[in-house]
Design a protein around this ligand. Structure first.
Ligand code: ADP
Ligand code: GLC
Length: 478
């Protein structure tokens, strides 16, 4: 039996700001339970809903010296959906309305978390063979294992995997600060280790010191070895390319299932979508005050509203797009410039545009189920889960060919009658608009072909089955 410990900053259903939480909360369920004992450590945020917090059991606590002070480290635990979770408790660090505060404070919070997460392992008597770290918040863990925690018998020989969900976020501040927060000696602050263009970089530590590095699609694994996508770490990514695996994400097929989803108006399958999917659209038009029209093409967006997701392209052609026979339904939060942009168009085209500037799980399911198409023109996209959810609900993705979008959406070919969506290559607003208009044309003029695209999309399998096998393969060679 191999023991694996996931360590991360977010995890569904406890706390989520994006796809990282979906992955950490679903992947562990899909390992072969006979061969792998996978447990998960996350912080015990006070923002975790009371329904879950009340189910946590207090295990024990101790004091850990961090940054010159003895700090409380409580250990809460819980079995949920067949997985054992440990929650690192420290109210000073993990209170507040969400998992993240400002960047400067987050650096200290997660530097503390890295040390605390490693420190609880002997206390709960769980000695993993492999620690699987996720994103910059856990970047110090592979470094600590070679340093502070290298001495004792307990930690000797533990292997590490560092998974990059988004290379853009690296946990960077000046060397002095990162050195103080990480409690690492001068030795580590050279350009081949944690120093990065004169700054200290926590993710870089993880990438340099982990035994294997993975990222969440094959295309992104290639892209981050180039200057355009490499976020100034492309040289390091090339240097580590021998231990760099791209493994595409899956989604939880139990949670995202149009045949059983309790959050949607009308459930449907690949055999009944032709009749039943539209009932969701009609219900959503009513709920959002959009014009009643079962025949109009409804385009959905569920996203963090940031530059990564290509919203400047959408902004550029919004008036042109809204002059077409389409309705646009947007759910998201993020940068004020995009929140306000969508509020404006919601006001300007009240009948056809609806913008919900909030985070709402139930509404996201309704959008995946109701829309005809889903727009995701990302500038870069390590994997992307929203397009997988759309495929699952027969909502045809329109995407830019980058990262995981390229690996998961097969562009429609009208001659060979293949494909599960629409895509364009260049980061160009009118190239995107042209692709949306091509999709409109198929939707309105070739209904049979459109429905075949929907059918192929729904028949695709992006459950974790195949990808969990690849992670197992990786764990097995370590
Ligand atoms: P990223 O992790 O870059 O934000 P992904 O596509 O991997 O992008 O994952 C986004 C996840 O967050 C999906 O599960 C999506 O449904 C969800 N999501 C994003 N914004 C919202 C929102 N405003 N309300 C509800 N769910 C959202
Ligand atoms: C990141 C990426 C997204 C990916 C998710 C889960 O948030 O932006 O593309 O799907 O992590 O791996």
């Amino acid at each position: 039996m191999k023991k694996v410990c996931f360590i991360a900053s977010e995890c569904v259903p406890f706390v989520k700001t994006g796809g990282l939480a979906d992955v950490v909360g679903s992947l562990p369920k899909y390992f072969d339970k006979e061969k792998f004992d996978v447990r998960v450590i996350i912080p015990d945020y006070t923002c975790i809903p009371e329904t879950y917090r009340s189910q946590m059991q207090y295990r024990t606590h101790f004091y850990m010296n961090y940054n010159g002070r003895d700090r409380y480290v409580g250990i809460m635990e819980m079995d949920y959906d067949g997985i054992h979770y440990y929650f690192v408790d420290n109210e000073e660090y993990f209170s507040g309305p969400g998992p993240y505060t400002d960047m400067f404070y987050d650096l200290e919070k997660f530097a503390f978390f890295c040390k605390a997460a490693l420190s609880i392992l002997p206390v709960v008597d769980f000695r993993p063979d492999i620690i699987h770290c996720h994103d910059w918040q856990t970047g110090l863990i592979p470094v600590h294992l070679k340093d502070k925690f290298a001495g004792g018998e307990f930690y000797r020989g533990i292997k590490t995997v560092m998974t990059i969900h988004n290379l853009k976020f690296q946990g960077v501040w000046d060397v002095k600060t990162i050195q103080r927060l990480s409690e690492l000696s001068d030795y580590y602050f050279t350009p081949d280790k944690l120093e990065h263009y004169k700054n200290g970089n926590m993710l870089k530590g993880g990438i340099v010191y982990a035994d294997y590095v993975t990222t969440v699609s094959e295309t992104y694994a290639r892209e981050i070895q180039t200057p355009f996508y490499g976020e100034n770490l492309d040289g390091l990514m090339r240097a580590r390319s021998g231990q760099l695996w791209g493994i595409v994400n899956g989604i939880d097929y139990d949670v995202y299932n149009p045949a059983t989803d309790k959050l949607i108006e009308r459930r449907y399958t690949v055999d009944t979508f032709r009749r039943d999917k539209v009932k969701n659209k009609i219900a959503l038009q009513k709920e959002l005050g959009l014009r009643d029209d079962p025949k109009v093409m409804m385009i959905g967006i569920v996203s963090r509203l940031t530059d990564q997701k290509g919203f400047d392209l959408i902004q550029c052609v919004m008036d042109e797009l809204c002059s077409d026979a389409v309705q646009l339904v947007v759910l998201g939060t993020g940068d004020a410039k995009y929140e306000n942009m969508f509020r404006h168009y919601d006001w300007k085209y009240a009948d056809t545009v609806s913008a919900m500037i909030c985070y709402n799980e139930a509404m996201s399911h309704k959008i995946y189920a109701s829309c005809d198409a889903f727009l995701m023109p990302s500038l870069f996209e390590p994997c992307g889960l929203s397009q997988l959810m759309s495929l699952r609900y027969g909502t045809v993705p329109i995407v830019r060919e980058t990262g995981g979008l390229k690996d998961t959406v097969e562009p429609y070919n009208e001659y060979e009658k293949t494909g599960t969506g629409f895509s364009f290559a260049n980061y160009n607003a009118h190239e995107m608009l042209g692709t949306i208009r091509y999709a409109e044309q198929i939707f309105y003029d070739k209904e049979r072909d459109w429905n075949k695209i929907v059918e192929r999309a729904m028949r695709k399998d992006f459950s974790w089955k195949a990808s969990a096998k690849k992670y197992e393969e990786l764990y097995n060679i370590m």
